[in-house]
Design a protein around this ligand. Sequence first.
Ligand code: ADP
Length: 394
Amino acid sequence: MILVINCGSSSLKYQLLNMSNESVLAKGLCERIGIDGRLVHETDKGKHIADAAMPDHKAAIAIVLESLVHPEHGVISAIDEISAVGHRVVHGGEAFTKSALITDEIEAVLEACSDLAPLHNPPNLTGIRACKENMPGVPQVGVFDTAFHQTMPAKAYLYAIDYALYEKHKIRKYGFHGTSHMYVSEQAAKLMNKPYDQLKIITCHLGNGASVTAVSHGQSIDTSMGLTPLEGLAMGTRSGDLDPAVVPFLMDKEGLTGQQVSDLLNKQSGVFGLSGVSSDFRDLEAASNEGNERAKTALQVYAYRVAGYIGRYTACMNGVDAIVFTAGIGENDSKLREAICSYLTWFGVSLDLEKNAKRGQALDISTDDAKVRVLVIPTNEELVIARDTIKVLA
Ligand code: ADP
């Protein structure tokens, strides 16, 4: 059994997988850690929801472990049935090109990467330490969102700023959602029945955070997120690309600090900021259908930006065989896929609207004669983390 942990600052998502057949035995979420604490635990037997004191992540992990062995809603008889824990780690900097067993040295490297991802890495580290304390001796593996993108060439990852700043502070593009981009591009090759290393694929991970990746011959060669997950697409609450001069301009005009502008661009922008309605695409579609012009414009900005990145990466790879949509919006929002693909007919994208309306399965949604295949593939980051955990320990 492998336990997969994805730790946020006040939340913790988990899945317990039986890797003999890759089935999910239990999954759940601890919310409001450090505030009060709530557990949602799901198994074949149903959903168990409980308020439970979670003063910190260590307490949250202890509650998760208790639930896994609980006489009623448990799925295993003893904790020692868990052979290892796989952790999602957001930022691995330049140090990690693949998943790694967490040792004291690796923890120190992760600590050093925290500078690059102040919102994400500290909670990830907290989760690792909480697991070590609750499950002494059980191996912990880190799986990095940045690792898949470490194959990017310098021409893609360097920002055009003084090279000394790259050397001194490691300011460069890293990219995120690597686990998802890797998984869905591999699945795309399988669905197309073609060798992964002979294809040019553009993967669009469109969830709360969103990024597009160019996967050429099985390797990430460029991706839309950057030093942090703020660059690239317009997202739920993140601005994505903008003129860097906007930052000092805002500081000056609104009397804000750098941190405040960063908060504004991360939490109050994107389709939420544009529409004033919501960051959830279901709310935006509903508002747009009711005639809300700002919601309509926000959806247009979103689709236009995704289409622009697909065009850019088609040029960067000198062609494209398949475009893949995944994550909450990519998998579910057929109208948005249609809007994005309407920009791409010139290079051979042609959607089958009936297939595009289907949901919940891996599917080729293009017409039979389309030159470029368009695929919807549900992502499964937890499965990749569990597989990698086993691979690292083998
Ligand atoms: P994350 O894992 O980054 O939190 P998800 O991949 O779960 O995010 O995506 C969440 C987003 O998916 C929601 O904000 C919502 O906008 C969108 N979403 C989910 N279901 C639908 C749907 N049926 N139609 C449109 N958008 C949807």
